[in-house]
Design a binder for this molecule. Sequence first.
Ligand code: C2E
Ligand code: CA
Ligand code: CA
Length: 579
Amino acid sequence: MKLLLIDDDQLDRMAAIRVLRQSAQPITVVEAATAEEGIQQLEDHHFDAILLDYRLPDTDGLDVLRLLRINRGTSIIMLSGCEDEELAARCIEAGAQDFLLKQELNSRHLLRSIAHARQRHGLEMELRKSHEKLRELAQQDQLTGLHNRYYFEKQLRETISRAYLCSEELALLLLDLDNFKVVNDTLGHDAGDQLLRIVSSRLASVVREGDLLCRLGGDEFAILAHHIDEDEDINHLAHRLMEVLSDPIELRGSEIHVTTSIGVASLSVCSEGTEGLMKCADIAMYRAKDTGRNQIHHYTSMLHRDIQQRVQVERDLRKAVEEQQFVIHYQPQVTVSGMIVSVEALVRWQHPQRGLLYPGDFIGIAEDSGLIEPIGRWVLQNACQQLASWKHRLTASGQQLSLAVNLSSVQLRKDNLLPAVNEALATSGLAPENLELELTENMLIEEPEKAAVVLEQLAGRGVTISVDDFGTGYSSLSHLRVFPISTLKIDRSFVQEIEHREQDARFFKAVTSLAKTMELTVVAEGVETTSQAKLCLQAGCDRLQGYLFSKPVPPARLEMLLFSEEEADSMFELAPLPC
Ligand code: C2E
Ligand code: CA
Ligand code: CA
């Protein structure tokens, strides 16, 4: 056994050594007369126990005790010349394993105390180790071995406080895999786990020393990067992260191509503390996802303004739904003879401060927030009501008029579309044959099975289904066969180029003639000039819609177009048609 005896009194040291020599087991005692000497010895050698005099010339006994405790490998027994219960308790609290009176030292007593102290110290060490292990487990992600969200947030808080003090720049990168759900769904969760492990180790291979990488959960990772001198550094790191993930990953015999969206936020731009920085990086990451995924997006104050504006619009929109601040404008569709046979209902928002707003300003936000559902229901209900109110006049003048209403994918996904349509028809009294619902091809792709069921139900009810903006999406002819579609609206972009681009003219002709053979009604959208109108009709189009005939107009104006002969004549003049 090797002991370190720290005592400034040589006589006391000799007395202790004498006591120890009486032991049967071999004991080596190294002596130190000051705390400094003792600490030096402890740095250079290993000891089984330390005997420490409480009263040393250079320092207070408790301070020495605390210093020695930093070197945790050794048990400590305090020696004191005077009996003091309170002091003894304080020493034990400060980490000593025992407290002995010098004048009571005898061999048996001292050796037993050393044995107990060593045992107690051993137990303490084990406890500390398991405590540390527990802490490690609590801070570690079990699947990948990376740090977890708990640890990350703790570190982020500390690092940000330090960075503020030292005016240091920090950047937070949030990574979200783009196609992880597909892997999980198609290859199973084990394959998903394996993918996450591979991704983790690839990311770890790129992260610079001193930077912190962690898995926040699911397929989301975070990197806290220090020592950034310029934006260049952070761009370089973000590109390296994308690059290292770009090599295909072999999983269950399949080659998986992983892409990721990265949001970057730096402390100097979003100086709002931990939560602020996380939020900014999150916003940037979602913007990267929104704008096509597989890219890096930086948080900027412009993006901040943009988001705030969106939040404001969403708030206003909620109120608008409650207060019904919407109006519907109607745009006519005319036949070859210039007769209005259909009108498309187009919603506008009568904003109390900003005036009349067009769908481009709010439909996207309405869709993201789910508000499109009540708005769509309102449009459906009110447009049906409007058309039904003209029923007698239409019958009197012998006109047939149908109503086209735009649907959003959100409405198609919800289960209450059919009840909403039924209600609008029932309360207005409009015949189902006079209602046409417009949807885009993308909406058919999203959930084709569900779309098929809903559309069959609507068609079964007698309502007409029409595909809007045809030619801009998949332009799939099989959609026209699989779904109960009866009208095709060829997108404005083809009509507008029909005079100038041979390609567009050919596309227009081919689609029209094919649609006609499938007995679909073809509508040309966005007709602005007479020559466009002529070319569309020559191609075989049934109906035309566009500014050439009328812009979308309020109901009162539409009423004039429908029922005033003068107005109707002017529409004929606008459309000198070729047949
Ligand atoms: P859309 O269904 O393709 O509607 C046609 C859009 O083209 C309308 O824009 C119309 O004003 C515009 N337009 C019509 N003729 C011409 C033309 O000759 N030249 C040009 N340059 N534009 C023309 P608007 O009213 O701004 O509506 C934009 C889009 O908003 C609509 O596109 C539709 O997708 C959506 N939308 C409108 N109302 C509703 C609604 O009640 N519900 C839903 N879900 N979407 C709606
Ligand atoms: Ca439309
Ligand atoms: Ca359209």
